[in-house]
Design a protein around this ligand. Structure first.
Ligand code: 5GP
Length: 141
């Protein structure tokens, strides 16, 4: 049985505005922001506004809202970053590779021949993240 949702996880704090983030998209159901340790240029995280630890407790509707927003962000990221492809990943529980326990979809733009960096390998500079968010926001319009 998975653990209960922890209202003090990092992404819950970002959603409540208690921690800063580089927001790129928001609607009634979802929130999207840049990963501060990107595995590729433009690496974005899409989360439901509803509290959900992962795929094991999210409602099907909230999961669908996250998928719908990820679909939209993938298309915008292809344009914004002149990407050749997109990797979408979503990890569940420690055994499934999950580290932060508020459900999130990774949307990672890819360039031909460029491998993903390992998870959490380097923190991106603020000015790069600012410019990256601005590009993605423009492409989402
Ligand atoms: P998971 O393995 O749980 O799917 O991935 C968690 C992700 O959250 C990692 O890609 C990591 O770089 C990212 N991350 C961890 N802490 C923070 C943070 O404080 N802000 C943002 N924007 N991303 C974070």
């Amino acid at each position: 049985m998975p653990a209960a949702y922890d209202t003090n996880n990092i992404f819950a704090k970002i959603l409540r505005g208690e921690l800063p983030c580089y927001k790129v998209y928001e609607d009634e159901h979802v929130f999207a922001f840049l990963d501060i340790m990107p595995r590729s240029h433009g690496h974005t995280l899409v989360i439901p506004k509803a509290p959900a630890r992962n795929i094991l407790d999210v409602t099907p509707d909230d999961y669908a809202h996250v998928a719908r927003a990820s679909h939209k962000i993938a298309a915008a990221a292809m344009k914004a970053f002149e990407a050749d492809g997109i990797t979408v990943q979503q990890f569940n529980e420690p055994a499934g590779g999950q580290v932060v326990f508020h459900l999130h979809m990774h949307v990672m733009p890819r360039k031909d021949g460029e491998p993903l960096l390992p998870p959490a390998s380097r923190k991106e500079e603020a000015k790069v993240l600012e410019a990256t968010a601005a590009k993605l926001i423009a492409a989402l319009k």
